[in-house]
Design a protein around this ligand. Structure first.
Ligand SMILES: Cc1cc2nc3c(=O)[nH]c(=O)nc-3n(C[C@H](O)[C@H](O)[C@H](O)COP(=O)(O)OP(=O)(O)OC[C@H]3O[C@@H](n4cnc5c(N)ncnc54)[C@H](O)[C@@H]3O)c2cc1C
Length: 573
């Protein structure tokens, strides 16, 4: 085995020893196999809802090698709720612009949507080892407040699994020995080669692609801005596509497509890496700068998924349930979405606040998201590495005409990841005829109501609120007082946020002033309109004129208890 890496630039790896816990009599609520970014995000999400978990992680530290670099706005919104966004923003490099070149001509400059009022940039670049470390720091902060909430067992592997109707029993092995852990639920976040998936005899199905990419991360003191650059068929590497991204600490990611007949082994040979990188840097005017390789690897594109992310007491998340092309950066970004969708549902089920049918909707919603993401990612992949002569010709035509024709240039615009709407979700209530605003299934659309005021999302998640929120548009406070009373009377856990009025709290109700009506306009709302948000920020229902009864029914539907009226939660007469 190669010696463990100590540091990459200023990033210092911390290594953790395995432990051999005393014989466990406890049956845990949730066991997570794999403490990569998705496993950690699930653990943090559960902890926010008060559900403890045990994480079994095979490695003794955060990841090594070229992994995720581009983190989307939607992921930042999720990471904010996990308590790690400040670190992501402090280190990550925000960007919104990309440039594409054909031969040596620039044929497209694109800007990702960066509307005023958004709290976060459309994308930041941040190495995955930082991402995992910042999530770990959040775990430590969480454990400092509530000791034992997230119990990570490092350098330990899940090696056997017995799943039954009431729960799971797994065998854990490490350098000190082996032991069993029992749990009500197992979340498999054990990556692309998932042991849990294979043990259950499950396979990913979908499309694999022939195109292979060499991924080279280098240290280079370049002053070029943080933009995504793509060179199609560049004169210095004819017949290939080359991509370049800046990451923090002067680390640059260069990807290039292997040409037909080129072998991965040859491409990764140090002399070949040296020759390619130097030619590329010479061609873009940076050949005089000193550089050194950090990681090299080869990547193959594919879009594959399990056909269900729930198998009895076992749930799959992240790379364990799907594989995606890296183009459009949907890998970890969709893993964060898996974690966000799963954490509140599993917490509700574990706490007896919802029936376990809610977990089936985790599977159906995220598989729907997979297909939306995969379609965009595969279109990008077909453009980046054409799978046939036909695609090749189409790409050549597009690229040759793009310099002169703006409408053709837009065809080369890479489809970067975007927040997914769970259309037709069984958790959504029937919609009213709003002129605009996020429809049921869509995620909260952030708005900054005015200078010095918090964003809508900040107000929604203020004071550690991670349950359902009713955003009620009400300037004078009358409808919110009545709604508050009725929700309380029914014992509903829904938190009320009044948009309109002044101050940040009135009559025990949180208030977000909307002096210029920006929130109201963006949400197509009138006095008395309301949006019900799920804990993951997706809209569960909206009403032009809202009644408490409709809200309570919508909550029951959103926790899949539509046919049982909770004894705690009686509908107002
Ligand atoms: C070159 C490259 C570039 C990428 N760029 C991007 C990008 O820009 N944006 C993006 O969103 N995504 C990107 N991705 C994808 C991203 O890296 C993955 O989606 C992400 O790592 C998935 O996280 P995960 O937690 O599901 O799986 P992993 O990161 O694979 O973590 C799985 C964990 O499980 C552990 N494990 C495995 N087996 C066991 C076992 N039996 N017992 C206990 N533990 C186990 C492993 O040690 C590991 O820590 C990129 C990937 C690559 C390769």
């Amino acid at each position: 085995m190669p010696p463990a890496i100590d540091r990459i630039g200023p990033f210092q790896y911390r290594r953790f020893a395995p432990c051999q816990p005393p014989v466990e009599m406890t049956r845990h609520a949730v066991l997570i196999a794999g403490g990569g970014p998705v496993g950690l995000a699930v653990a943090l999400g559960l902890a926010r809802h008060g559900v403890p978990s045990v994480v079994i992680e095979a490695d003794d530290s955060v990841c090594e090698g070229s992994r995720a670099a581009c983190i989307s706005r939607r992921s930042l919104e999720i990471v904010e709720r996990l308590g790690a966004v400040d670190d992501f923003l402090a280190r990550g490099l925000p960007w919104a612009r990309g440039r594409s070149y054909y031969g040596d001509r620039e044929v497209l400059v694109f800007d990702m949507p960066a509307e005023a009022g958004q709290k976060y940039p459309p994308m930041i670049n941040l190495q995955q080892y930082y991402i995992e470390q910042y999530l770990l720091d959040a775990v430590e902060r969480c454990n400092a407040l509530r000791p034992g909430m997230i119990d990570i067992r490092w350098a330990s592997q899940v090696t056997q699994l017995d799943s039954h109707a009431e729960g799971v029993r797994v065998q854990v092995e490490n350098a000190l020995g082996s032991y069993h852990v029992d749990a009500d639920w197992l979340v498999a976040c054990d990556g692309g080669q998932s042991f849990v998936r294979k043990t259950l005899g499950l396979e990913l199905a979908g499309t694999g692609y022939e195109g292979r990419y060499v991924i080279i991360d280098i240290e280079l003191a370049s002053a070029s801005p943080t933009e995504r650059r793509a060179w199609f068929d560049p004169p210095w590497w004819k017949g290939s596509t080359v991509l370049m991204h800046r990451q923090p600490d002067n680390i640059w990611r260069i990807d290039y497509q292997l040409r037909p007949g080129e072998s991965a082994e040859e491409a990764l040979a140090p002399a070949q890496v040296q020759s390619f990188v130097q030619r590329h840097l010479d061609a873009i005017g940076e050949g005089h700068l000193p550089w050194q390789p950090v990681w090299t690897s080869v990547y193959r594109a594919g879009a594959m998924t399990l056909d269900s992310y729930r198998h009895g007491r076992v749930l799959f998340a992240g790379k364990a349930d799907h594989a995606r092309p890296i183009f459009g950066v949907r890998g970890l970004n969709s893993g964060f979405d898996d974690a966000d969708n799963l954490a509140w549902k599993l917490a509700y089920v574990a706490q007896g606040r919802a029936g376990d049918a809610l977990l089936d909707t985790y599977s159906s919603e995220r598989i729907q998201a997979f297909h939306i993401n995969a379609a965009s990612a595969m279109r990008s992949t077909e453009f980046m590495s054409p799978p046939s002569r036909g695609f090749d010709l189409m790409r050549e035509a597009c690229l040759s005409l793009a310099g002169e024709h703006v409408e053709i240039a837009t065809l080369i615009n890479p489809r970067q990841t975007h927040a997914i709407c769970y259309g037709d979700s069984p958790l959504s209530s029937p919609d009213d005829a709003f002129a605009c605003g996020p429809a049921p299934g869509a995620p909260l659309q952030d708005v900054l109501p005015g200078e010095g005021l918090p964003h809508l999302s900040t107000a929604v998640y203020a004071a550690g609120n991670y349950d359902f929120t009713l955003v009620l548009f009400d300037d004078d406070g009358t409808s919110s007082r009545l709604m508050h009373e009725q929700l309380q009377q029914a014992g509903s856990p829904v938190r009320l946020l009044r948009v309109g009025g002044a101050g940040d709290m009135q009559d025990g109700i949180a208030v977000l002033p909307d002096p210029c009506g920006k929130v109201r306009q963006s949400y197509g709302a009138q006095a008395g309109s309301a949006y019900l948000l799920r804990p993951d920020g997706h809209v569960a229902g909206r009403w032009l004129t809202c009644r408490a009864e409709a809200v309570l029914m919508a909550v029951l539907r959103a926790v899949q208890r539509s046919t049982q009226i909770d004894t705690q939660m009686e509908l107002p007469q």
